[in-house]
Design a protein around this ligand. Sequence first.
Ligand code: NI
Length: 254
Amino acid sequence: MIWDTHAHLDNEDFQSDREKVIERAKANGVTNIINVGFSEATSQKAVTLATKYPFIYATVGIHPHDAKDTSAKTWDFLLRLAQNPKVVAWGEIGLDYYRDLSPRDIQRQVFIQQIELANEVGLPIVIHNRDAHGDILSLIKKHPPEAGGVFHSYSGSWEMAKELLKMGFYLSFSGPLTYKNARHSVEVALQVPEDRFLVETDCPYLTPEPYRGKRNEPAFVREVVSKIAELKGLTFEKVAELSSRNAQALFRVK
Ligand code: NI
């Protein structure tokens, strides 16, 4: 059993062979996939995909890149989508100070607003954080997500990880953990408690070794599981089981 907790299968990169990619995931032991929305359109597509496949779940939310284009209509639309029983989280939401595609004050405002919406509908949140460690920490302290959340593709320090773990968050690992220059994430994966980590692909992005340079897909999440097993001195099966159990706990699915 393996849960790929963060995929973008609705992406046009999968347009020509989506069915095959999904079959390949199953053939490689990936039992469940969470397809993550990041805009109105992708949240809708995520829900449509999750409705079609029993083992695929969806999330809804607006990425910080698009924070500047939100309005009351956006929230009505997402709240309606969130009523679907296959929607297991609100996200990906957060702050991105690397690309700064929306003004930072608006990113912060829209992040807080979406934490409040997640609390209203009782969903955990999926957090995207790029170069915004300080502000993310202070905002989640002031506006805690009541059903918890996960830092997706966690790349911060162990110092910050300790604070997030204390607050009840999960940390999710992806392809970059397998790269030769991975330092922070290796240190975090070594030390993260067995009941608080998830695995993901973020496909079609962040392709793990040895497939780096190719399109990423859910079957490749095995490489992330292997790397964690190697680091923690556990078997592949054990890491698959732990991360799946953790995903079921956070997203409250059996
Ligand atoms: Ni993503």
